[in-house]
Design a protein around this ligand. Structure first.
Ligand code: NAD
Length: 424
């Protein structure tokens, strides 16, 4: 469990990372100004009828950072720490992530400031539908395309798509379904989108291992967050012969030096409201000591600002693969790099998710149904390209991989502004 649920500071991290890369690549001054702020920030307060008959008012956000390359794209998060600062940071990271992956998208992010565990399924459905209605024309298949994030899933996306499509003219009903990605497969979702992010995380770890001449077999890894990203990353890394030895989620921390089977833990979570606490085949462990566990690879796959000045110096792993968005703050990053620890930056490491989303959007627009055998190699190809471009840019500019990844993304956006100019 994280010791601090930091509500502020994520956007500061983005700005530090951005300015470092902009300096390295000598980004055009006008483009730097444009990208230093968000395009639009939507805050909605909307009423919902609760199961007990009372009315509650909720606050939702959608921040749209930049759409130079295409419609805004990014997840919706239901979490008490979601505020405008977090939404700005996460939206900005999406702009870099989509540009790095070579997708025709910009960056957006949002969600609702709630603890969803406090609401019934029926209440969550009404909250989601009313939030969708409140966002109105600010989202759409050519405008802004949300996707799942923390505490939202395929079911959430199905409710959004149905609400959005149901409030549009019948002639656009089916094209409207592509307002979101990450839908269930029976509702226009893409086979393989469920595992796309974790698959991509492990694809980048394999590329890192190949680049460093490291064998993944028998390497020990620990994972923070055992939701969509954490579970699938654990699943695919285990397939590479590496061994999961510790997991932390919002309910607790567990450790077993002899190995934890991700599939068995996943089955346990299904019977335990998605939580790892109480799992009998591993010992409960001190939350604050999690990142100090001796291991080779750490996969943070929960919230932002988890690896900080307070714990970075005690990390013994040789690689941090950022499944989560913004898990490492900028001070911690300096400490890790000075210790020679490699970091696969979030905008590269977890980009398999948005790449999968892009293929879902394409599938919907072409009215096709794709098979997983087709989808995973397509994701692999795009993420491998982004990995190679990141490493090449870092080498060219003699900088770290995060800055290298930013440079690739920023060059694409800068080129667009140079070609098209600024209206009027
Ligand atoms: P999820 O809701 O499926 O899982 C979140 C996990 O984090 C849960 O296991 C939860 O218990 C754990 N968690 C929450 N608070 C915690 C805390 N304080 N300490 C430790 N663990 C905590 O969410 P997800 O979709 O797996 O997303 C996880 C991260 O990956 C987020 O940062 C998200 O932005 C990022 N991400 C997700 C996707 C995607 O496709 N879902 C894509 C790219 C990036």
């Amino acid at each position: 469990m994280e010791t601090k649920t930091k509500k502020t500071g994520m956007y500061e991290n983005v700005q530090v990372q951005f300015n470092k890369a902009a300096d390295v690549m000598k980004l055009d001054e006008g483009v730097r100004k444009i990208l230093s702020s968000t395009n639009s920030e939507i805050v909605v307060h909307f009423p919902v009828k609760m199961d007990n008959g009372k009315t509650e008012v909720f606050t939702g956000f959608r921040v749209q950072h930049n759409n130079a390359l295409g419609p805004y794209k990014g997840g919706l998060r239901y979490h008490p720490t979601l505020d405008i600062d977090a939404a700005r940071a996460l939206a900005t990271w999406m702009t870099w992530k989509t540009a790095l992956a070579g997708l025709p998208y910009g960056g957006g992010k949002g969600g609702i400031e709630i603890d969803p565990s406090k609401y019934s399924l029926a209440e969550l459905e009404r909250i989601t539908r009313r939030f969708t209605f409140a966002l109105g024309e600010n989202i759409g298949p050519d405008i802004d395309i949300p996707a799942p994030d923390v505490n939202t899933n395929a079911q959430t996306m199905a409710w959004i798509a149905d609400t959005f499509a149901s409030t549009k003219p019948p002639s656009t009903r089916f094209t409207s379904m592509s307002v979101v990605t990450g839908k269930p497969v029976g509702s226009g979702g893409l086979e393989g989108r469920d595992r796309a992010t974790g698959f991509g995380v492990v694809a980048t770890i394999k590329s890192w291992a190949a680049a460093k001449g490291i064998e993944l077999k028998n390497k020990k890894y620990i994972v923070q967050g055992f939701g969509n990203v954490g579970y699938w990353a654990s699943h695919f890394l285990k397939e590479s012969g590496a061994e999961l030895i510790a997991v932390q989620d919002a309910s607790g921390t567990i450790y077993n030096d002899k190995g934890i089977d991700p599939e068995d833990l996943f089955q346990y979570c299904l019977t335990n409201k998605g939580n790892i606490a109480g799992y009998k085949k591993a010992d409960a462990f001190h939350a604050s000591e999690f990142f100090a566990i001796p291991c080779d690879i750490i996969i943070p796959a929960a919230l932002g600002n988890q690896i900080t000045e307070g714990n970075a110096s005690r990390i013994k792993a040789v690689l941090i693969a950022e499944g989560a968005n913004g898990p490492t703050d900028t001070i911690a990053e300096e400490i890790l790099l000075s210790k020679g620890i490699d970091i696969i930056p979030d905008i590269l490491c977890n980009s398999g998710g948005v790449i999968g989303s892009y293929f879902e959007w394409l599938q919907n627009r072409r009215a096709e149904i794709w098979k997983i055998e087709k989808v995973l190699p397509l994701i692999q190809e795009k993420i491998d390209t982004a990995f190679n471009e990141t490493v090449a840019a870092a080498k060219k500019h003699k900088t770290d991989w995060r800055t290298g990844a930013y440079v690739v993304a920023l060059e694409r956006i800068e080129r667009t502004y140079k070609e098209r100019g600024v209206f009027p």
